[in-house]
Design a protein around this ligand. Structure first.
Ligand code: GDP
Ligand code: MG
Length: 370
């Protein structure tokens, strides 16, 4: 099997389940339980922690190690913030994104036509840019967070003024907190007669959101995705928070990012890649999970070919040999042979994970027979 449950892995490694779960947490896994499913690759890495020595040369992946943090980050240029919109169903996430998308320069230059590529950038009159992720918030978070990185710099928590805090509002809050990502609250649908902004604020405060009206530092903006009211303020607030967070990235060196989406289009296999560091260009060799690509071309959300994707921007990447998976980290390789070597190494890791899975299954079968 390509996947293994935490409890089966515990059995395979001869660990008591509760002790094992605690140790996983120490290794950096969050919210794990015995029924959680790990990929073979993850299982193999965990197994290594328990002294199951890998037989392959770990050097193969070395060339793809994400670059270390800069010694003096404050000297790096600022990059656009990456923003995810989350909230309860029907509270207006899609409506707000559509509004923002229409205000993007790219869409205005191309007759308002933007394609769905999982992200888009809005250029403001100040010349500053904001990149919005147009992928379901939870999906964007989860797989990437397991690798200890956040794809998003902040979360816009949308709460409908006529419905207030709902289960998925709290769910979104939980994700943002676990990832330690700051939030801005957008109280939406303020054009509606039933809107009750004060109720939303007090409900949020009840759930521990320290909003500024109550002396906290979480900004709250009242908006309407329908009339556009407050949308400029929302963008302003995003930039303000972005300045406070001092979001910078190295534009040179090996590119690094995440696969947001992966699909097949008439033009071929495409994956939307959010670049977090370095600059991605046509001709580059990249690895994502166990597949690699020689970047054939890059396209923005209007489907227009672009020369490069700097940090904080998302582009469609063409040139994949096989489809990468959403959530995979993208790392540039110095050349094609290094890209291929890394893919081979990762394949071996995965196969080792499968062996552990089989060990676990055999162990479980044996116990069941006894
Ligand atoms: P999502 O499920 O969070 O993506 O919510 P949608 O964007 O699909 O919105 C759900 C419904 O609320 C749709 O019928 C929207 O037209 C409506 N809606 C969204 N924003 C507003 C708003 O600001 N004012 C009003 N009156 N309706 C809104
Ligand atoms: Mg929606």
């Amino acid at each position: 099997p390509e996947f293994i449950s935490v409890s089966n892995l515990a059995i395979a490694l001869g660990q008591k389940i509760d002790v094992f779960v605690r140790q996983l947490e120490e290794l950096g896994f969050e919210d794990v339980g015995k029924d959680n499913i790990l990929t073979g690759e993850t299982a193999a890495l965990v197994a290594q922690e328990y002294g199951f020595e890998p037989k392959v040369d770990a050097g193969e992946d070395e060339d793809l190690k994400p670059a270390p943090a800069s010694a003096d980050p404050s000297s790096l240029p600022l990059r656009p913030p990456v923003v995810t919109i989350m909230g309860h169903v029907d509270h207006g996430k899609t409506t707000l994104l559509d509004y923002l998308r229409k205000s993007s320069i790219v869409s205005q230059e191309h007759g308002g036509i933007t394609q769905h590529i999982g992200a888009f950038s809005v250029s403001l009159s100040s010349g500053k840019q904001i990149t919005f992720l147009d992928t379901p918030g939870h999906a964007a978070f989860l797989s990437m967070r397991q690798r200890g990185a956040n794809v998003t710099d902040m979360v816009i928590l949308v709460v409908a003024a006529d419905d207030s805090v709902m289960p998925q509002t709290l769910e979104a809050l939980k994700h943002a907190r676990a990832a330690k990502v700051p939030i801005i609250v957008a109280i939406n649908k303020i054009d509606r007669p039933e809107a009750n902004v004060d109720r939303v604020k007090s409900d949020l405060a009840t759930h521990g959101v320290e909003i500024e009206d109550y002396g906290g530092d979480v900004q709250v903006v009242c908006v309407s995705g329908k009339t556009g009211q407050g949308m400029d303020d929302l963008e302003e607030n995003i930039l303000l928070l972005s300045e406070m967070l001092d979001i910078r990235a190295e534009p040179d060196g090996m590119a690094e990012g995440w696969v947001l989406e992966s699909t097949i289009k008439p033009i071929g296999r495409v994956a939307t890649v959010l670049v977090k560091r370095g600059t991605l260009r046509a001709g580059d060799f990249i690895v994502a999970g166990r597949v690699h690509a020689k970047v054939r071309s890059l396209r923005n959300e209007a489907g227009v070919e672009v020369d490069e994707a700097p940090p904080g921007t998302a582009v469609e990447v063409l040139g994949w040999k096989e489809p990468p998976e959403a959530g995979d980290q993208v790392l540039q390789a110095p050349d094609e042979s290094k890209a291929k070597a890394a893919v081979r190494y990762r394949q071996e890791l995965k196969e080792r994970g499968e062996v552990i899975g089989q060990m676990a299954q055999q162990e479980q079968d044996r116990r069941e027979r006894e």
